[in-house]
Design a protein around this ligand. Structure first.
Ligand code: CDP
Length: 224
């Protein structure tokens, strides 16, 4: 059983994918982490994420990077959306994702191109969405909860209580990322023709999980 969960930044796809995996007792892969690992290595090697050969050089990252907390930083997500536009980077990460999807017993994968490229044969495909404004609110709350980006300057953390992470900046970032992810030629963010849309804009986490499980179950029983 393969379940594909795709969607834009901060749509809730990761939370839903984890809940689905837990429900069916199968492993889950957050494929965004792989692109984030490439991004982090590019930054640490002081390479240029916009240069395909530089990004490809970072694809052989050490497995330990996948547990690095810096993967979750906003800057890493931004760089990930730059490196992920290179076809050779996507090709370098393809087999690993295919292997994960094909393991006996099944798997749940979340990302941007799971239902379209990585596992077009998936038994159930969800496309999780929410309005840009609501996704920005979620990401903003998440960043503030984490203490925000570190370092000096207008976006750095200010111990005196000044809100360093402006909502407008987060919203602009979400919009820029949507644009980059959807407009790229290689495996753009797109809903598979046989995916079902789940708009989480006005759903609590619990309600979204319930709805996601219902949708997946309906797909799986239609296939049985
Ligand atoms: O949830 P959020 O978008 O912040 O992060 P993510 O899912 O970890 O993805 C980070 C970036 O990696 C995205 O903006 C995409 O450009 C890229 N990505 C991709 O191209 N394909 C995937 N299957 C997963 C992520």
């Amino acid at each position: 059983m393969i379940v594909a969960v795709d969607g834009p930044a901060a749509s809730g796809k990761g939370t839903l994918a984890r809940a689905i995996a837990r429900h069916y007792g199968v492993p889950h892969l957050d494929t965004g982490l792989l692109y984030r690992a490439v991004a982090l290595c590019v930054a640490r090697m002081e390479l240029d994420p916009a240069v395909e050969a530089d990004a490809v050089a970072a694809c052989g990252f050490d497995e330990a990077v996948l547990a690095d907390p810096a993967l979750r930083e906003d800057a890493t997500g931004r760089t990930a959306s730059i490196v992920s536009a290179h076809p050779l980077v996507r090709a370098a990460l393809f087999q690993r994702q295919r292997r994960f999807a094909g393991q006996p017993g099944g798997a749940v994968l979340d990302g941007r191109d799971i239902g379209t490229v990585i596992a077009p044969e998936a038994d159930a495909k969800l496309f999780v969405s929410a309005t840009p404004r609501i996704r920005a609110q979620r990401r903003h709350a998440e960043l503030k909860g984490r203490g925000g980006p570190t370092g000096p300057g207008p976006t750095g953390f200010d111990p005196n209580g000044f809100d360093p992470i402006s909502f407008d900046r987060v919203l602009a970032d979400i919009r820029a990322r949507d644009q980059r992810d959807s407009a790229r030629a290689a495996a753009p963010l797109a809903m598979a023709a046989d995916a079902v849309l789940l708009d989480t804009s006005f759903l609590s986490i619990e309600a979204a999980v319930r709805k996601a499980l219902d949708l997946v179950e309906a797909r799986l029983s239609a296939r049985r």
